[in-house]
Write a protein of this length. Structure first.
Length: 732
């Protein structure tokens, strides 16, 4: 590598790169070029110091990151393909393939690696043997299996330390049986890859000496995301040469719920001698205004190394904050803004990200973006109607419309868990084939057949509720009927834990009920069958342009990505920060870090949105703006605020920039109309037929000229309320 090549690095990066001996800690802020530093350091070691590529180990967290790093290194030096660049799990698997029999002779190098699904199957068999039918107990057991392994417990000690846990002796007996199964099948799970490698290196001096001697230089990316055992592995691997180079940012540690320990950064300075610390504070991604906002927020966290991101990228756009009445207005505002910026300011749809704290909030955005023909995709998750919990509720609705729908029946008969397993279904199917009828019909007549009482009783618990609701469903309003299904079939009992996953699933069910209520209000004459047809058609519409999509995603799923324009939505207490963080300073700091990560995804424009009211947990609540908005100085909800130099500056509505955050809708529309070609909504009249590019032909039922919206009844989709200025409509 020549000095010319190094000219791409700034002074701080150069100083860190050239510190080639001993322990080096680089605290790298968001967008500060840490990947460039890591790849250049690897090449510098090879080309300038003559280090053999085989003596360099670089570890990161995802296969994608490892692949990109390797690709860059190979492009910079012909020896790059000989450097060991991998994830923690891949590295451990490689070491174990060569050495596992030195740790445990019961295994050989051809061991299988069990996925999460494989683990579920093993546990399912164990549960069947022990006659355990509680699906949620499996989640508890899986937590304890991982906890047991990662903390290197013995069975007796685990029972003692977790004596407070209900059924702990049963849990430990399942762990034993699970481990026995893995040994018998010459298999390891993902936790084993880390744990067994640590044990191998710790217990076998010969193996440790080989790898510690080999790796003269060890580099670790995303160090703030390492857990305890990963950090211990790193310490063992660099125990000989002690040339360890770690890059991390405690301000971006947002995965403590899955074991990440940002305190490893502070522990690093204690565990190694004469640690050299370098700060990368220059950001190459965002404008000064965005970075000043991020700095102002994160300085409220106490558990961090003090640093201040800066940039020489001037930005003409202040940060916009908009408070809307409800989630539909929020989704309309975001859609309108995207539409304007694409059509008037030269942006593409792929430049936009709508970031949320909870997956359950995506529904309104999906619906509105679809309505306005804005191409989009849900990143890192399923579309709303594709989520399992939503499909399950819809399947309950389907079996009332079409009792012969076998796929819908199989989805609901054992959801929530009733102990109706595959063997029971096989017996019911055998009778149905003999009687030449469908599965649900047999269930409704289950007492007429000779079956074990255990099966008959479980089927009856389902069929009695079904018969009761079936007798009422044609007389019950659509939304009430859906609510009754969720209530009487105890659907929410499937998610009893207070985990974020369970909470998200319950919120998704609430969002589905809310969407049914909205549909019923706008389509009072429609039946359950009409609603299900509407959902089927909407969910099947292809809105994706793979090369140009706006992104709808949780903040967790976009870490490491960047977008020109970012909307951070749902900034309300109980959502962002999430309610379970209240009263817990560590969790509240993680919520603040999560928002910081969201802010630093933005390159040019940043929008903050919150609602005055929101449908949440089954009812509509008045919402308080997020405390984080207060920390940023957003105390006047009618003002547009630009955060610069840690001060708050009011901008006037006369400033020539897009979308001032005034609450007054007419002011907002007036500003827009000054900056784009006007669409004469007076061309539309009540009773007009229109063509929508996705929904087909519809009839205008009503027009609100003040808000410039219309209620339109589409033949197969039902009534939609659309903004006439941006909806893809053609008058017929």
């Amino acid at each position: 590598m020549t000095e010319k090549d190094l000219s791409l690095l700034n002074n701080e990066q150069l100083e860190a790169l050239k510190q080639t001996q001993g322990a080096v800690l680089v605290t790298a802020g968001a967008g500060s070029g840490k990947t460039r530093l890591l790849t250049n350091r690897i090449v510098f070691l090879i080309e300038n110091l003559g280090v053999s590529p085989e003596n360099i180990l670089a570890i990161t967290f995802t296969n994608k990151a490892a692949g990109e790093m390797k690709e860059r290194v190979v492009a910079m030096t012909e020896k790059g393909d000989r450097v060991w660049i991998s994830t923690f799990h891949s590295m451990c698997a490689k070491i174990l393939r060569l050495n596992i029999n030195k740790l445990d002779v019961r295994f050989n190098s051809n061991f299988s690696i069990y996925s999460d699904n494989d683990t579920d199957k093993v546990l399912k068999n164990i549960f069947t043997k022990k006659d355990i039918i509680d699906e949620n107990f499996k989640k508890t057991v899986k937590f304890h299996i991982s906890n047991f392994k990662n903390n290197n417990y013995k069975y007796e000690s685990y029972i003692q330390d977790f004596a407070f846990e209900k059924d702990i002796e049963l849990i430990v007996s399942i762990i034993k049986e699970y481990q026995t199964n893995l040994v018998e099948n010459n298999a390891l799970d993902f936790d084993d890859l880390l744990v067994q490698t640590y044990k191998l290196l710790y217990c076998n001096k010969e193996v440790l000496e080989y790898y510690a001697n080999r790796f003269q230089y060890v580099l670790v990316d995303e160090f703030q995301d390492t857990n305890i055992i990963q950090y211990d592995l790193v310490k063992l691997l660099c125990s000989k040469h002690k040339n360890i180079f770690v890059v991390g940012d405690e301000d971006q540690c947002i995965y403590t719920w899955r074991g990440a320990n940002f305190k490893n950064i502070s522990n690093f300075k204690k565990d190694f001698e004469n640690v050299k610390v370098y700060k990368l504070e220059r950001n190459y991604r965002s404008t000064k205004i965005i970075l000043d906002c991020a700095n102002k927020l994160i300085k409220n966290n106490k558990s961090r190394i003090d640093k201040t991101l800066w940039s020489d990228i001037d930005g003409a756009y202040p940060i916009e904050r908009k408070e809307l009445y409800d989630e539909q207005a929020e989704a309309d505002y975001v859609s309108n803004t995207i539409h304007y910026l694409v059509n008037n300011c030269g942006y593409e749809y792929k430049d936009f990200a709508i970031l949320l704290r909870l997956n359950a909030l995506t529904f309104q955005f999906e619906e509105k973006l679809l309505s306005y023909n804005i191409p989009h995709k849900v990143f890192g998750g399923f579309k709303f109607y594709d989520r399992v919990e939503v499909k399950n509720v819809l399947s309950y609705l389907k079996v009332f419309i079409n009792p012969k729908d076998e796929q819908a029946f199989l989805r609901v008969i054992n959801f929530p868990k009733r102990g109706i397993g595959d063997s029971a279904i096989a017996k019911i199917r055998e009778i149905a084939e003999r009687e030449q009828t469908y599965l649900l019909d047999i269930c409704l007549k289950i007492n007429n057949f000779e079956l074990p009482n255990s099966i008959t009783n479980k089927i009856n618990s389902f069929s009695e509720i079904y018969k009761k609701l079936y007798a009422e469903y044609e007389l019950t309003p659509l939304n009430e009927f859906a609510e009754n299904i969720v209530k009487y079939f105890s659907i929410k009992s499937a998610y009893p834990n207070k985990t974020e996953e369970d909470m998200d699933k319950m919120l998704n069910i609430d969002q589905l009920l809310y969407s049914i209520q909205t549909y019923a209000t706008k389509n009072p004459q429609d039946t359950l069958n009409d609603y299900l047809q509407s959902v089927s058609l909407i969910s099947d519409i292809d809105t994706l342009d793979e090369t140009n999509n706006a992104i709808v995603a949780t903040v967790h799923s976009v870490k490491g990505l960047e977008f020109k324009c970012v909307f951070l939505v749902g900034l309300e207490e109980k959502i962002f920060p999430i309610s379970r963080s209240f009263g817990n300073e560590e969790q509240m700091e993680e919520e603040r870090r999560l928002l910081y990560v969201g802010i630093t995804r933005a390159k040019e424009r940043l929008f903050f949105c919150n609602c005055k009211t929101r449908f949440l947990y089954g009812h509509r609540d008045y919402m308080m703006p997020s405390r984080f908005l207060g920390e940023l100085g957003y105390t006047n909800k009618g003002a547009t605020i630009s955060v610069a130099n840690n001060t708050t500056t009011r901008k006037t509505n006369a400033q020539v920039d897009f979308v001032k955050s005034a609450i007054n809708t007419s002011t907002y529309n007036q500003f827009l109309n000054q900056n784009k070609p006007k669409i004469d909504i007076n061309l539309y009249h009540k009773g007009d037929s229109v063509l929508h590019t996705k929904f087909g032909i519809g009839k205008i039922l009503d027009i609100d000229f003040e808000s410039k919206t219309a209620d339109i009844d589409f033949n197969d989709i039902g009534v939609k309320t659309l903004m006439l200025e941006i909806a893809p409509l053609k008058k017929l």
